[in-house]
Design a protein around this ligand. Sequence first.
Ligand code: ARG
Length: 269
Amino acid sequence: MSGFVRARGTFAALATAGAAVTALLAAPSAVAAPQPVVGGSTTTTGAYPFVMQITDASQNQFCGGTLVSPTKVVTAAHCMAGETPRSVRVVGGRTYRNGTDGTVVRVDRIWVHPGYTRVTDGDDVAVLTLSAPMPHTPVKYVSSSDTSVYAAGTTARVLGWGTTRENGAASQQLRTATVPVVSDASCRGSYGSGFVASDMVCAGLASGGVDTCQGDSGGPLVIGGVLAGITSWGEGCARAGQPGVYSRLTTFSGLVAAQVASQPRARDT
Ligand code: ARG
């Protein structure tokens, strides 16, 4: 059973395994007392206007995303599994999951890294092209030469509407927390060959307690005011010695830049 709560699936996929997870968590010795994840505090899209909800056609949030230009949103490839441009919406400026405010924009095109497979979770990056400009301020993303942003101990900010504890309920309000970047050697110690240093970077406290969790995937890891990672996976959430794993955006920034530069085909009128 090892790894069965490994948080690599989408929020929806994980929900189906919920009963088994609940059974494990009910055992007093299974895990430490549940910790709030994204453990920091509630915030607003006014404070972080580049944070987007990725929703289904009924505007139910299932992942996060980051606005990097008026019409381009970076998210996780695993968030787009089974999705089509018609099945997803991007919602900006909506602090609450159940809000009706903000801007709902359709998607013209979904680019998923061609190397992405669920087998390794590497290459977990996707770029959505919006059908209309999002009237919110984008954030810059790292360039491929910015590799020093991942120095161990550097403070990174995470954001999302995901669950506030492992196997818990999704947050109604956007939350944010800061977590230190973990060295590749340490993350390799946590995850072995599951950690692919060329594609991934880890962040979290050694003692756990603060982390992203289910539903936060696709959302931003911001370092020094610049998008540097994409929430991807972890073993459970906020566990000691099991940091969150983020797509290492410096590896993908050339590919992302090409997507950001490419304009959608003229649509039929
Ligand atoms: N894969 C999850 C999602 O789809 C994100 C999990 C992040 N887990 C963690 N421990 N940091 O929402």
